[in-house]
Design a protein around this ligand. Sequence first.
Ligand code: UDP
Ligand code: MG
Length: 320
Amino acid sequence: MRRIVVIVPCFNEQESLARLHDRVQAVAATLPDYRVDLLLVDDGSTDDTPRLMRELAAADPHVGYLVLSRNFGKEHAMAAGLDQTDADAVVLMDADLQDPPELLPEMVMLWEQGYEDVSARRRQRQGESWFKRSSAHLFYRLLHRVARVEIQVDTGDFRLLDRRCVEALRAYRETDRYTKGLFSLVGFRKAQVLYDRPGRFAGHSKWGYRALFDLASEGLTSFTTAPLRLATVLGMLISTAAFVYLIVIVVRTLIHGPDEAGYPSMMAVLLFLGGVQLLALGIIGEYLGRVFNETKRRPLYIVSDARLWGTPVRAAEGVP
Ligand code: UDP
Ligand code: MG
């Protein structure tokens, strides 16, 4: 019997867990040819989430859990889950039921047809502000254009991954993670199912605009060096223009004699150039910061407690 493990990163999701478990269980009942297990990854919750996980695992042999030692962020919680499973397929799903478990049979069907990465693409998003929707929309399209890897538009982390995909993903140990891009980097045959994304079942989103901005700059800087090139091109254009302007001034002074004092234009040029330089430095800094982070080679996560169907926790430091 083939085994599918549903990995769910949870950060303060006490209101959703029981409901999530019910719904996954109900869907599992419609897939009698598979063993469907639930791996809950607690990402340093401060509410009752870990206690509820232990209760669920004690009552249901299909539930396992990992408790991380602190909040590492969703990307790292997913990495932890992926490291600790040896299932035939893995499904990544949010705890807040925004990723409907009922999509599973359709995903499994495509998986059986030979697709190794079956993701769910959002047709519609409910319960999310206009600003969040349109900024997400813009961001995916921007990333799609500038990054060399193809990043699936309107697709989150909700997907079914074949074991081969999971094993490939495990090899990516970068500290600054943008998992959505990694799915594309590992390749394999991809298919998509469409769905309407419902609002959160309970609680509130853990992604403030700041976190979203961080994730967006992560996505950009880890998959493309185009911003660096932009700085170079901008610098070249501006210095060329400034050089031409300089020659014009020299020639004009030679022909017409010294001009009026050009203080305002001078200031304008100075400030403009200063701004461009800061921008370029900032962009370089973004990349340099990431190089710095990676050189520390810190573990991606630390497991403080786990129950994994009898198998011991593999390399708790997160390095396989
Ligand atoms: N999450 C996590 N660690 C974090 C933030 C979020 O594991 O630091 C989990 C969260 O519990 C949920 C999923 O990631 O299962 C998606 O988070 P959320 O629903 O807040 O994001 P949104 O759906 O608003 O993008
Ligand atoms: Mg959500």
